[in-house]
Design a protein around this ligand. Structure first.
Ligand code: COA
Length: 184
């Protein structure tokens, strides 16, 4: 476990965190993905769908899955990150989720989560690349990833949990070492 300034702690997520992660994931998508994901999904089944998703994901973690949560003395999740180590033979490790409590953005939590992911990967996969997908409409987050050294690699279409197909951009870092440097 690591302690950061501001009293936020970072630790591996377990099945006991599934409900809190699902709750934050729901709140973050409602706050940031309105207009991209459908209103019917955001105002309807998202809570149950995210809860089932995280219960399954954390109860039966697949090989390479690593979840990191940030919390503090209030036990309120400040953020979480989930990665799939060496998920793709070409693109390397997938950062599959990164969300900070909407009430706590721009306080360094997102960068601290990315830095912790970089340190985790430096142990076993220092020379493998890292990638993630950003909705094309999510220009603010693209700015965050560029700030941390990520580069856009290609445009794709992603099928989202509400069934919609949305344009996304793959962002890449050439290695975990470069990733760690970028999150400096
Ligand atoms: C993207 C997100 C994780 C960033 O987390 P955060 O805790 O707000 O970011 P931090 O405070 O750690 O910011 C770290 C650095 O990035 C910069 N930064 C943050 N957001 C930025 C943005 N939108 N554009 C440019 N730079 C940005 C900060 O200014 C800071 O820089 P500095 O300290 O060197 O000046 C958070 O805003 C979030 O959860 N967004 C909604 C969910 C989402 O879309 N997740 C990504 C899915 S692909």
């Amino acid at each position: 476990m690591r302690e950061e300034e501001g009293g936020v702690r970072f630790r591996a997520g377990t099945i006991d965190d599934a409900a809190a992660i699902a709750d934050l994931h729901t709140r973050s998508w409602r706050a940031n993905y309105r207009g991209s994901l459908s209103d019917a999904y955001l105002d309807g089944p998202i809570e149950g769908e995210r809860r089932a998703f995280w219960q399954e994901r954390l109860r039966h973690p697949r090989t390479g899955l690593w979840t990191l949560v940030a919390d503090d003395d209030t036990q309120t999740l400040a953020g979480f990150l989930c990665l799939l180590a060496d998920h793709d033979h070409h693109w390397g490790t997938l950062i599959d989720n990164l969300h900070v409590d909407p009430a706590r953005v721009r306080q360094g939590v997102g960068r601290a989560l990315m830095r912790a992911a970089a340190e985790h990967l430096l142990f076993g996969l220092p020379r493998r690349p890292i990638y993630l997908f950003v909705l094309e409409s999510n220009t603010a987050v693209a700015g965050f990833y560029r700030h941390l050294g990520g580069e856009p690699a290609e445009h794709l279409v992603s099928t989202e949990p509400d069934g919609s197909s949305l344009p996304v951009i793959r962002y890449v870092w050439p290695s975990a070492a470069a990733f760690a440097g970028g999150t400096g």
